[in-house]
Ligand binder design. Structure first.
Ligand SMILES: Cc1cc2nc3c(=O)[nH]c(=O)nc-3n(C[C@H](O)[C@H](O)[C@H](O)COP(=O)(O)O)c2cc1C
Length: 187
């Protein structure tokens, strides 16, 4: 028997994205974002609350990076989601992680996360049904450690996903099928 459950936040998995920006003084801020996705091949939409330090930085610098969180850095990833750069100026320093400046945009790339998208800000869509930050992906880098030949092997990333039902993080690293192929058996 199926039961009605009291939630509307029911999509799983949701990503654990780390959005990195520069503050006014050149220090780094990073936030955790689960409400984000690709809305076309090179456009991301991140529903980020406008008062977050990250959004202020994005509007100022017109750029940010998005890294995929991995199982090795759950503590740091969660920390980026529970402390704000509005109150804690040295938020990134406390995390103990490191970063380098992107060669393409005015935003930092966190060294420890193997996959990173470099994004140019397009607009902030506010209003009840606005998407928040919409941006164009201008470059993507992958650490060699997660590559097999010239392709990213997602099983090597040990990416984590956010579970909105009970606020868990889950590891996503087992390939169980082939998209656009397995279904052809029934065609
Ligand atoms: C698992 C998780 C997912 C989150 N997803 C989002 C999100 O998609 N959008 C958002 O605005 N805040 C989200 N947050 C909250 C922000 O990460 C948090 O408010 C953070 O402190 C903002 O940092 P900043 O002010 O330094 O930018 C999330 C937090 C956690 C722990």
């Amino acid at each position: 028997m199926r039961k009605n459950i009291k939630t509307t936040e029911a999509i799983f998995p949701m990503p654990v994205l780390l959005v990195a920006t520069y503050n006014d003084d050149g220090t780094i801020d990073v936030m955790n974002a689960a409400w984000g996705t690709m809305i076309s091949r090179d456009i991301v939409a991140l529903n980020l609350t406008e008062t977050h330090k990250t959004v202020k930085n994005i509007k100022e610098r017109k750029a940010f990076t998005v890294s995929i969180a991995d199982a090795k850095h759950i503590v740091e990833a969660d920390y980026f989601g529970v402390v704000s750069g509005n109150d804690t100026k040295n938020k990134f320093e406390i995390s103990g992680l490191t970063a380098v400046k992107s060669e393409n945009i005015d935003a930092p790339i966190i060294t420890e996360f193997p996959l990173c998208m470099e994004c140019e800000f397009i607009e902030y869509q506010s209003g009840e049904y606005g998407c928040g930050v919409v941006a164009k992906v201008v470059n993507v880098t992958a650490d060699e450690s997660v590559m097999n030949g010239d392709k990213v092997d997602i099983s090597l990333v040990n990416a984590i996903a956010f579970d909105p039902y009970t606020h868990g993080y889950y590891k996503v690293n087992e390939r169980v099928g082939n998209a656009f192929k397995d279904g052809l058996q029934l065609k």
